[in-house]
Design a protein around this ligand. Sequence first.
Ligand SMILES: [Mg+2]
Length: 396
Amino acid sequence: MHLDADAFFVACEQARDPSLRGKKCAVGGTTRGIISSASYEARAAGVYTPMPTTKALQVCPDLVLIPHTPGLYGRVSRRMFDLCEMVTPQVERRSIDEGYLDVGPCGFGSQAELEASIRALDATIVAELGLSISWGLATNKLVAGIASKLRKPRAFVVVPPGEEAAFLAPLGVGRLPGIGAKTEPRLVAAGLRLVADLLVAPEARLRSFFGDGVAEILAMARGEDLSPVETVEWEAKSYSQQETFARDIADFGEIERVAKRMVDELVPKLRADRKCARTLTVKIRYPGMEDVSAGHSLPVASDLETDFYPLLAPLLRNAWRQRRPLRLVSVRLSQIEERARQLDLFDDGQKEKRRRLAAAVDALKQVKGGAAVTRGHQLADSGRSGARGSTTHGSV
Ligand SMILES: [Mg+2]
């Protein structure tokens, strides 16, 4: 099963304030922000996501704009997935409002029994959380994911075993997850409009669009997908790094620089894993194994270095009260969440810019090696010596 909550942030707000129901409303930044979720009534009036708030108010002047409520969406999301776990323990929380349920191992006697169980779960989610959910049921994640999105909102689309390819064939190529907003128009212009068109196209032609990914795209077009529902215990994960100094350090600037470099190394790992972290904890150690730590949580989980930098100096100052020379510094990112793309849209666009910059730097480092790009604050650190050992525990 794939479940996808309809207009999730708006639905959370409507559940909190029923007077918003049935209205043209949207959650988004109020001044220079971006619409991150729009009610279906607002969508009918031309509001979509992501759209700049100013533009949304132009196309829909009576739009009720709701500022984002910190904490609310994460709380509702956790409860939604907890309810899913009453049907099956195999729940993959793909994002804040989407997930996969593996109902295979649950021992349902028949298709009807399974569907009844999902409909009961849907009714519970509606009653308790006031959400509306679209469901897709299929033999694999790929087809279930496409099915749930086909007739939103409040859809329940079942693709019987063996009918995966027939189900996909009449759909537009853009429905396949591998085909994005850039590739789709190019394919359509080349006469490859439907998934079925891909299956009969000459391979050389497909190669000009997909390169070495042709086999993968064709497998998708046939509705084949073997990826398992991944129920990672992501909440228990953390990303941490520590450094033991050869000589004890008593210079705050140097300590801060070391901690910043750890943030610079840990945060790209978060991004590579498509995760965000809420809590930053620094730990210092005086000679003699005496540890002191201090931590702080962001209101919303992040995967950007720039969100964590401002926390470092105050946390280090808090922890390093005695001002005696230090033996070790460590940085830990915890309260790890799946990256929820929507959460990025709540700001004035700066964050999106930073994310694009971060993605470009990550890509450059992959091609040219880790030393290819250096943040300015690390330049003073480049002649650093005396590090005795630096240990990285990736995702634990
Ligand atoms: Mg959704």
